[in-house]
Design a protein around this ligand. Structure first.
Ligand code: XMP
Length: 498
């Protein structure tokens, strides 16, 4: 009944996730016992197989902290200067919990009039010089500041208004410790301070704690060897990227992604060797690739992980502009089958728009999925919500769009600043999805149910069942795809889960 994957994927067709469907198998365990723990690279383990894409409308510090909190990882984009990218890494790693605002720190000698913005932060922290490590002297809460008559008084110093010697908690406190402390003390917020250096690490608002407590539990948080959130960073393959990498490593990047739309190049192979030679402890992810030949070259060069996908992303136009690429289901299956032999985990990058796509990617051989549009409408994505046509949306743009390339991302598409720019992506907007802290755990529960239907109690067992031919697939006709979605209703009254 159905086809084994080897047969289905050797007929000369390029299949997308929607083209294929798994046939159900045999269940003898509950969905809750399905394990999703996995590997991002040869040496990095994750409890949740989700990676946030290095795109400037997807992954900055809030997204990276949230994904690490959930047991996944975020890759900070490189469409910025090396120092800006390093600052984003530091900000993500400074967090103990995912919150939407970075702590605002000012000097006690600043004028109160210079304090103009709290963002979503509940307070500003006052230190001697304004640096986080210059000793916490006081705090000014947003509520006190709003009640002040003379906030525009340029003569008045912050030190005249701050509440001196605020209570703090050690930065080693767990989420539960801080939540308990805030509940007992009835404080609206508390600063977290490193016990050794005295550096201010974070401010935790009780409103944030309550929000996070209301979300379903994610996986075990991803931490680096430094005990801080695991954070990845993207770089290119040019000479200047070697210097950029030095900054990123100093900022604490735990893994680096060589960000290229066609990764099988002499530039990338040279860069992989350079990274492994210069930073033997740092895992390097190569790509993007979609064929076994491309993958083999990068594996030989020493990559620790492979990013798979070309032209499958929601904002991508590579296949139309350059006539190159591959259906994502075929690409993931083919590359995984060769990468598996060398123990190199595969990241299925792009084309994920529902939890069924995640199941397909993971069963076809990927160890993680990398997502752009799936995450771009969340609170944690950079940028503000806008209203368009009565819908609350957030901007989402391809890194190969002309708009993004004017900020520097043309390196990914091997564009040359001096010559004509050819767009390989578009600018758009995606619907508001709320917090990733909420919808990722729901999506992962749906993935567990998908694996349960296939009789796979872990990702490894799914891969084994597929390779051994026990799991069977079929191609869906156009009509079968329509039948597999919502159809025949005049109106849909409830939304399905992600
Ligand atoms: P999704 O489908 O998750 O895809 O939105 C995200 C992935 O798409 C890739 N990407 C691009 N591909 N032109 C392309 O051809 C672009 O402008 C572009 N921007 C991003 C990238 O691999 C990302 O992870």
């Amino acid at each position: 009944d159905g086809f084994p994957a080897t047969k289905l994927f050797s007929q000369g067709y390029s299949y997308t996730y929607d083209d294929v469907i798994f046939l159900p198998h045999y269940i003898d365990f509950p969905a809750d016992s399905v394990r999703l723990d996995t590997k991002l690279t040869r040496n990095i383990h994750l409890s949740t197989p989700c990676v946030a894409s290095p795109m400037d409308t997807v992954t900055e510090s809030a997204m990276a902290a949230a994904l690490a909190h959930l047991g996944g990882v975020g890759i900070i984009h490189s469409n910025n200067s090396a120092s800006d990218q390093s600052a984003l890494i530091r900000a993500a790693k400074a967090r103990r919990f995912p919150s939407l605002s970075d702590p605002i720190v000012v000097s006690s000698s600043d004028s109160i009039a210079s304090v103009s913005e709290f963002g979503s932060s509940p307070c500003i922290l006052v230190t001697k010089t304004g640096a986080k490590n210059s000793g916490l002297l006081g705090v000014v809460s947003k509520s006190d500041w709003l009640a002040m008559d003379d906030v525009n008084n340029k003569e008045a110093r912050v030190s005249d208004y701050m509440v001196k010697s605020p209570v703090t908690v050690p930065s080693s406190y767990s989420f539960e410790d801080v939540a308990g402390y805030l509940a007992n003390s009835k404080l609206d917020f508390v600063a977290m301070v490193d016990e050794g250096s005295g550096e201010v690490v974070d401010v935790v608002a009780s409103a944030d704690v309550e929000r996070i407590k209301g979300y379903p539990r994610g996986g075990v948080p991803s931490l680096g060897a430094d005990g801080k959130f695991l954070v990845g960073a993207a770089i290119g393959t040019r000479e200047a990227d070697k210097e950029r990498l030095e900054h990123l490593v100093k900022a604490g990047a735990n893994v680096v992604v060589l960000d290229s739309s066609q990764g099988n190049s002499s530039y990338q192979i040279e860069m992989i060797k350079y990274v492994k030679r210069t930073y033997p402890e740092l895992d390097v992810i190569g790509g993007n690739v979609v064929t076994m030949y491309q993958a083999q070259n990068l594996i030989q060069a020493g990559v620790d992980g492979l990013r798979v996908g070309m032209g499958s992303g929601s904002i991508c136009t590579t296949q139309e502009v350059c006539a190159v690429g591959r259906g994502q289901a075929t690409a993931v299956y083919k590359v995984s089958s060769i990468a598996e032999q060398s123990g190199v985990p595969v990241i299925a990058d792009g084309g994920i728009s529902n939890s069924g796509h995640i199941v397909k990617a993971l069963v076809l051989g990927a160890s993680t999925v990398m997502m752009g549009s799936f995450l771009a409408g969340s609170n944690e994505a950079p940028g503000a919500y806008e209203f368009q046509g009565g819908h609350r949306v957030k901007k989402y743009r391809g890194m190969g769009s002309l708009e993004a390339m004017t900020k520097g991302s043309d390196a990914r598409y091997l564009g040359d600043k001096e010559k004509l720019k050819i767009a390989q992506g578009v600018v758009g907007a995606v619907a508001d999805k709320g917090s990733v802290l909420k919808f990722i755990p729901y999506s992962m529960q749906a993935v567990k149910q998908g694996l349960q239907d296939l009789g796979a109690s872990s990702l490894q067992s799914a891969h084994d069942l597929l390779r051994s031919g026990v799991l069977r697939l079929e191609v869906r006709t156009g009509a079968a795809q329509i039948e597999g979605g919502v159809h025949g209703l005049a109106i849909t009254l409830t939304m399905s889960s992600p």
